[in-house]
Design a protein around this ligand. Structure first.
Ligand code: FCB
Length: 482
């Protein structure tokens, strides 16, 4: 898509007349007290989020084994310009510097994922002490900086050795995941309290095994594809149990999920009811079975002979109680009431719907109000975190060395405003993790899309905080959105 840029040249900006101050200096530096209506609760955890393959690099170091993302990104034409995560942000070596960035921001939480193949290079077998030690060092450094680690066990980088035996299409992978979770938690639960099993089921199952546009790039027949969905939620449940069994002290267990289609097009009773119903059905394959211990009748009926095979015992494991839900929220679709079996319909996107640099990232800030609110009310969830929210922007490094990403600030300000609206009404969101601290390897789009509030010059690995970094730092300092 052709995009117009409104950024004037540096010379034009330099020549612009100085702005007349509108407020006193105290208000501008944030020392003034923000209006109560815009404040977040005391103790709210502000953080940033990343994932192993997207930032770590060092793919051949520390005894790490290959994952499906190494294979996929090295397969011609699978990623933008054939780019890979071999180096990415070199976070494996540069994390001390990146923790300093977090300190400059004032964040109190950091979400990261563990690379399964650093712990078990072949997916199962003998653990790799060097991998465990890397994460111990990382977590110790975070803690020393006063930053609480929030750890995801699986953010899509499945060991290639397990993919060679069918990956998530093979039920044995679910048990292998629980074993990996057990080992990792027994080694790290003295340092990490918050654990997430899996990140976003549909992105690695539906894209990876159904639509083929993500690793491992398969297009399985529908029946097998539906079974991989089941194996993945089973893996989550087995891992919840393994984490609790392995933990050396009390831990908090959850998962991070991109919740589907849950926003009323209009805020009236009929539309809100439609969104409520839609939320349950649109998430039937993942969150609904996790919270309710059953697939919805409509889901099974629609799949007919392709429905997954499962036992009552599976359903019990899948719905093992969790302590919190992490919501990854970038956008959502709007529901309207409909006279059909489901009682709702999702509105197809009008071509003019605004989006950010990613073509899927439609801008609807109310998603951050409605998604947590409806999830809390539908399943009675008592503790939520926003484990991802943020956007890609067409960032430009200007000749003066700055990145003036005013569109990202617009996005964040509007979404955070809606989050605050929900919290002020009692929606139990306890923290927010901005995606992402750094520009990074954005899966198939690789380095063509920038999601960071810190610009990364990949040639030199230099980190340059963007204007949105300063915006987020102010939000954190005031504990309010303005
Ligand atoms: C989410 C992923 C994350 C990142 C953002 C932009 O779906 O969990 O890794 O790619 O999208």
């Amino acid at each position: 898509m052709q995009r117009r840029t409104f950024l004037k040249s540096a010379a034009t900006l330099a020549a612009a007349p100085a702005l007349t101050p509108l407020f006193d200096a105290a208000a501008q530096t944030g020392s003034a007290t923000p209006p109560a209506a815009r404040r977040f609760p005391e103790g709210f955890i502000w953080g940033t989020a990343t994932a192993a393959y997207q930032v770590e690099g060092a793919v051949h170091e520390g005894g790490r084994g290959p994952s499906i993302w190494d294979t996929f990104s090295h397969t011609p034409s699978k990623t933008y310009q054939g780019q890979t995560g071999d180096v990415a942000d070199d976070f494996y070596h540069r994390y001390p510097e990146d923790i300093q960035l977090m300190q400059r921001l004032g964040t109190k939480g950091f979400r990261f994922s563990i690379s399964w193949t650093r712990i078990f290079p072949e997916g199962i077998g003998k653990p790799n002490q060097q991998g465990i030690d890397f994460y111990k060092r990382l977590v110790d450094a975070l803690r020393a900086a006063g930053i609480e680690p929030f750890c995801t066990l699986f953010h899509w980088d499945l060991p290639q050795a397990l993919q060679d035996k069918g990956g998530w299409a093979n039920r044995a992978t679910s048990q292998a995941f629980a074993d990996y979770a057990h080992t990792t938690v027994s080694q790290l639960s003295d340092r990490i309290t918050h654990w997430m099993t899996i990140n976003e089921f549909d992105s690695f199952i539906d894209d990876g095994y159904g639509r083929g546009n993500s690793a491992p790039g398969l297009r399985l027949p529908r029946k097998e594809w539906m079974q991989t969905r089941h194996n993945a939620v089973l893996a989550h449940g087995l891992a919840v149990q393994a984490i609790r069994a392995a933990a050396k002290r009390p831990v908090q267990v959850g998962l991070a999920e991109d919740v589907h289609g849950a926003m009323p097009a209009i805020e009236d009773e009929a539309h809100i009811r439609a969104a409520h119903t839609a939320l349950r059905e649109e998430n039937a394959q993942y969150l609904t079975v996790i919270f309710e211990g059953r697939y919805t009748d409509l889901y099974l009926k629609n799949l007919g002979a392709d429905a997954p095979q499962f036992t009552p015992e599976d359903l019990k494991i899948i719905s093992s109680p969790i302590d919190f839900l992490g919501i990854n929220c970038y956008t959502t679709t709007e529901a309207i009431p409909a006279d059909n079996a489901a009682g709702y319909a999702m509105i197809p996107r009008p071509a003019s719907y605004p989006h950010m640099a990613s073509d899927w990232l439609f801008v609807n800030p109310q998603a951050l109000y409605w998604t947590p609110k409806l999830v809390a009310s539908l399943w009675g969830v008592k503790k939520l975190y926003i484990t991802e929210n943020g956007c890609s922007s067409a960032d430009v490094l200007r000749p003066d060395g700055r990145i003036l990403d005013s569109d990202r600030i617009m996005y964040l300000r509007n979404y955070l405003g809606q989050l605050q609206r929900g919290i002020s009404e009692g929606v139990p969101v306890h923290g927010y993790f901005l995606w992402s601290l750094l520009d990074n390897f954005e899966w198939s789009s690789a380095y063509s899309l920038r999601f960071g509030i810190t610009y990364v010059d990949y040639a030199t690995q230099k980190r340059i905080p963007k204007l949105s970094f300063d915006y987020y730092r102010d939000v954190i300092a005031r504990n309010a959105v303005l």
